[in-house]
Design a protein around this ligand. Structure first.
Ligand code: FAD
Length: 471
């Protein structure tokens, strides 16, 4: 029996991993060159607690459960995860009722440990926070992770357990006969399958229509960010009081010791419109400074934008459909990253495995993470160099990444400059690839047996060099 998953974002990757627990042939299709390069690539990377979501929604249900799965999941897959806790800050007395509403909502959703704290208690934990705050909602279960790393690690682990991965292959049609799925057609060929899961993120509406379903449109809502390097004096995720449209502009300590500020919430028309704008970034600066007034913007190393998949109902699509064998896991706006592990388990074990009477098979849940020289002691690093001298050749000086790590990233599936960057952090530091992009490009070309002009930044649409300037 064959199961196809469409979309290798964090949701599709975790679904494919869970499907590999059963006696099935599992195929994962991704139209981009790399795993995790859709919505999963650019977001706030927060593992939410679940107090922002209205009780009764799929968001609330899967967020709280997903949060609880994170520590074990990230440990099994060797992915960074840190429980930072979070504050929602009230800057005026008029905002305190909103904290009380979120507290009550969170308790109804089953979020543990929520409490409203007074100014002195908050400032004792977070001295950089705006001293004008009047109170804050403390949520100890909030954490941070690396979303793309989770997607990539889940796929690596699934490959160990028999997954067939098809990158750079776009699903174009879904064949349905007599109300049952028969397979999918891509730009490469036809694949018969009894089970098809739509995890196509922003494009899940298009994929659902390929199967003949009448679904609402998914609209992109852009979020712009600024990344500050090495700002380690904030320990918790900081939220303002939310608006009806979004959670507001946040201050997020990232797993690698930087500070992420954003996102904006702008409805745009184009599902590829990840441009940043002067007004958007100004809004990010002002919003972040409301929470932490003396942020040092001279430490800004990057601005970027992501696109939330929004629907009018503002909730996830999860579960079976009227077509036998066709399942939805789409429209994953925030907190889709948090909810993903719970959605994957629910859909695979409680829905698909039950409906098709699937038998479990031997399955290894663990992935061994690649060596990271920056985290090693001098003795451990020496030992690694003795085993392979390429671990002694530094490629990225900002984040201390070696040739050995880049080669290992390629062995594990990196195919583009951004693919290496997200797997190793080469090019993620202060110079943003100014000094290492050429080295990464040449290593990629060498390891893949390609010409330098064939190496792309992140997709087929992003060439870097066009050929030699001298013979
Ligand atoms: C600005 C912003 C902030 C956010 N912050 C948070 C947060 O802090 N915490 C949180 O929990 N959530 C957050 N989210 C939400 C979270 O990022 C998403 O819910 C999650 O990444 C969605 O993952 P996905 O796998 O559904 O989608 P994607 O990552 O987009 O994966 C879908 C994949 O399907 C592929 N695809 C599409 N069509 C086809 C086709 N026809 N054939 C083959 N492949 C196809 C795409 O290329 C894509 O890679 C945020 C989102 C945004 C944009």
């Amino acid at each position: 029996m064959r199961a196809v998953v469409i979309g290798a974002g964090v949701v599709g990757a975790l679904i494919a991993r869970e499907l590999c627990r059963y006696d099935l042939t599992v195929l994962l299709f991704e139209r981009e060159l790399e795993v995790g390069f859709g919505v999963t690539k650019a977001n706030s990377a927060i593992v939410h607690a679940g107090f922002h979501d209205e009780p009764g929604t799929l968001r609330a249900r899967f967020c709280v459960k997903g949060n609880a799965f994170y520590p074990k999941l990230c440990e099994e897959l060797g992915v960074p995860f840190r429980r930072t806790g979070a504050y929602v800050l009230a800057l005026h007395a008029q905002e305190v009722p909103e904290l009380e509403r979120l507290l009550a909502q969170g308790e109804k959703n089953g979020v543990p440990g929520l409490e409203i704290q007074r100014t002195e208690e908050i400032l004792a934990r977070e001295p950089k926070v705006n001293p004008k705050i009047v109170a804050g909602l403390w949520a100890p279960t909030v954490g941070v992770t690396e979303p793309w790393a989770l997607a990539q690690a889940a796929v690596e682990n699934a490959l160990l357990n028999g997954l067939e991965l098809h990158l750079a292959e776009k699903v174009q049609t879904i064949e349905v006969k007599n109300g049952c799925v028969k397979g999918i057609k891509t730009d490469v060929g036809f694949y018969a399958a009894e089970i098809v899961v739509n995890a196509a993120g922003l494009f899940a509406d298009q994929v659902a229509r390929m199967a003949g379903l009448d679904v609402p449109e998914i609209r992109p809502r852009r979020g712009q960010y600024i990344l500050l390097e090495g700002e380690t004096n904030i320990h918790s995720v900081l939220f303002p009081c939310p608006t009806p449209k979004s959670k507001g502009i946040l201050v997020v300590p990232s797993v690698d010791g930087n500070l992420l500020l954003g996102p904006t919430a702008e409805d745009v028309d184009d599902k590829a419109d990840t441009t940043t704008t002067q007004e958007g970034l100004q809004q990010v600066r002002e919003g972040a400074k409301r929470l932490v007034p003396d942020l040092d913007f001279s430490r800004a190393i990057k601005s970027f934008a992501g696109l939330r998949p929004e629907t009018a109902a503002a909730d996830f699509w999860v579960g079976p459909t009227k077509i036998r064998g066709f399942y939805q896991a789409g429209a994953m706006r925030s907190p889709g990253l948090t909810a993903a592990p719970a959605i994957a388990r629910f859909l695979v074990h409680e829905v698909i495995a039950t409906e098709w009477h699937l038998s479990p098979r031997n399955w290894n849940p663990r992935r061994v993470p690649p060596p990271r020289v920056a985290d090693l002691s001098p003795e451990e690093w020496d030992e690694l160099i003795r085993q392979d001298p390429r671990f002694g050749r530094i490629v990225c000086f900002c984040n201390l990444v070696t040739e050995g790590e880049v080669v290992e990233a390629i062995r594990r599936g990196a195919r583009t400059i951004d693919g290496i960057k997200l797997r190793t952090r080469a090019g993620f530091g202060r110079c943003q690839g100014g000094f290492c992009t050429d080295k990464l490009l040449l290593i990629l070309a060498r390891e893949l047996g390609k010409g330098a002009e064939d190496i792309k930044l992140k997709s087929e649409r992003s060439p870097i060099v066009i050929g030699p300037v001298r013979p």
